[in-house]
Write a protein that binds this ligand. Structure first.
Ligand code: MSP
Length: 536
């Protein structure tokens, strides 16, 4: 019996200044695949996502559009961010907004505790601020502007001018946590992943940590500082706390941690926001006497023309531009398979279309239709019985066990692309097996009836294994396949199948009634936009 455990997971919460693009959807899908995998494994799983709604960036956008910031946030959450979850089939257990009362109360409680415990002091500050990042920029990310911004200092990420801010702020004594943070990275080498991200974080903290400005006075779109309502909470300090306010922190103000559940959690973040999650966030938690996350995994960027895809640089592609043509499953598959998780990858329509047709339509989809069509034709749409096993059949059986075990290990290691690549070995092997065994030729010879039955049992059982292993990535296609295979009626719901046992052979019962399967991944004939480059 495979071991089960618990798995709690968060995505970052998304700024509502604009509608989502495929970079945002990428973070969501990666987290969703991990959550679905663990849920299907029987792990007690909790998956949180949500929206980041305070701060200057949102306030400016709302003002420019002539509406109050809360009204703007409501509009974007309902019209864009929540619908995104349906567009790409996200199975989150909760959705937190930083304007939720539960969050605002939890933030105030947290701040008051840090203040009472001596971790916060008042001071004065002057530094260059990037509204795009919502951050006072460290020297390493301040560069000279070019073109329209010649002569100005700009943000290395947004390429937009920085603003010199001088304010009276409250500060969090983050510098006091430098040694404890370095000890954390040392003692728990998996705390920050992948290794390149860990090295970057260690180097940053070793340079010396400064205290963190955690309040602002020049605008009021934020959570008031509980002991001084002339300040609002710095938007990142507010936003990071969503990970625990959604999980019950502060529900009981007297004993704020009493109702905290599903914590600590793993955190999936883009590499641009690694420092916030691997430095500031654990320091905040240490100050409050709470556990730090189990892991902070930094993924790479989707690039367009070699640069991070972004709406502000007008390179953003809306997720439904892809799903309207290719469907949600193909979106999920493509980004998880084509981009090494933890590295950057360039999106291109050409590469998406090529992989869709080669791997999903011809590779997996065609395999499923051929097997079900042959079972219908030669076995009256019933799962055939397995006879004597030949070395070729045994090779498929052994490969199924091997890919299932390897895929699980890769998911544990956050190597989603490698987990899918492992499963795809079985897709390719089954296609090769059909070509070699030529069931259509066996069908012509009545003396080969038992062999035909064995070959088609092997391929049907292979599809059963594939449906279970690919359900976290391709939830729609595998659900259709599951039912057509006759598995739904005999083995129960696909989502309840223990994924860590998917490689156990001989599960699909002979004789089970099968159903016709509509084409899983139809060929796309319509013209696509063009882009240069290919994902890597
Ligand atoms: N609101 C903050 C996060 C606060 S978490 C306490 C934020 N929001 S964001 O909307 O700008 O980004 C959310 C996530 O989308 C980040 O993980 C970010 O890395 C990811 N992406 C945004 N553009 C991206 C690409 N072009 N490629 C891949 N992911 C990218 O930051």
């Amino acid at each position: 019996m495979a071991q089960t455990s618990s798995f709690s997971l968060s995505t970052p919460i998304f700024y509502v200044n604009d509608a989502p693009h495929i970079g945002h959807a990428y973070t969501e899908v990666a987290a969703d695949v991990l959550a679905r995998w663990h849920r299907q494994a029987g792990d007690e799983t909790y998956f949180l996502t949500g929206t980041d709604e305070h701060g200057q960036k949102i306030l400016r956008t709302a003002t420019a559009n002539g509406v109050a910031p809360k009204e703007w946030a409501d509009r974007l959450v309902e019209s864009a961010w929540k619908p995104l979850l349906d567009t790409i089939n996200i199975s989150n257990d909760d959705f937190i907004r930083t304007t939720d009362a539960r969050h605002e109360a939890g933030v105030a409680t947290f701040l008051q505790k840090l203040y009472d415990d001596g971790h916060v002091y008042a001071g004065e500050f002057e530094a260059l601020y990037c509204v795009g990042c919502e951050e006072f920029k460290p020297k390493s990310e301040i560069v000279d502007g070019v073109g329209a911004f010649e002569g100005e200092k700009v943000c290395a990420i947004h390429s937009k001018p920085l603003e010199l801010l001088q304010e009276k702020n409250y500060f969090f004594k983050m510098s006091a946590f430098q040694d404890r943070l370095l000890a954390l990275y040392e003692e728990r080498p998996d705390f920050v992943q992948p290794a390149s991200a860990r090295n970057e974080v260690i180097a940053f903290v070793q340079q010396g940590l400064e205290d963190l400005s955690i309040s602002r006075t020049s605008f009021d779109w934020g959570i008031p500082i509980p002991w001084d309502s002339s300040h609002v909470t710095y938007v990142w300090f507010d936003a990071l706390l969503n990970y625990i306010t959604a999980r019950g922190y502060g529900a009981d103000a007297e004993n704020p941690a009493a109702q905290l559940q599903h914590w600590p959690a793993a955190q999936i973040v883009g590499k641009d926001i690694l420092r916030f999650h691997a430095v500031i966030w654990p320091a905040m938690l240490m100050a409050a006497g709470l556990e730090v996350p189990t892991t902070v995994f930094a993924h790479g960027w989707l690039l367009v023309g070699g640069e991070k895809m972004s709406k502000s640089k007008l390179t953003g592609i809306a997720p439904n531009e892809i799903t309207d043509t290719f469907g949600a499953d193909a979106f999920r598959y493509y980004f998880m398979r084509a981009v090494s998780f933890g590295h950057d990858g360039s999106f291109s329509w050409e590469d998406l279309s090529a992989r869709y047709h080669a791997e999903l339509a011809n590779g997996f989809g065609n395999l499923a239709s051929r097997v079900l069509a042959m079972n219908a034709k030669y076995f009256d749409a019933r799962v055939p019985e397995a006879g004597e096993e030949t070395p070729a059949d045994a090779a498929i059986r052994e490969l199924a066990a091997s890919v299932a075990a390897r895929a699980d290990a890769k998911i544990e290691a956050y190597a989603i692309h490698e987990a899918i690549a492992a499963v795809w070995e079985l897709v390719d092997a089954l296609n090769g097996y059909i070509t070699e065994q030529e069931p259509w030729a066996l069908a012509k010879d009545p003396a080969q009836r038992e062999r035909l039955s064995t070959v088609l049992y092997t391929t049907s059982e292979g599809l059963r294994v594939l449906a279970e292993l690919l359900a976290p990535v391709l939830p729609e296609a595998t659900a259709k396949l599951w039912s057509a295979l006759g598995a739904e009626a005999t083995l129960g719901e696909l989502s309840a199948r223990p994924i860590r046992e998917a490689g156990t052979w001989g599960v699909l019962p002979a004789g089970a009634e099968q159903h016709a399967l509509a084409v899983l991944f139809p060929r796309i004939e319509s013209e696509l936009p063009t882009t240069g480059g290919a994902a890597q």
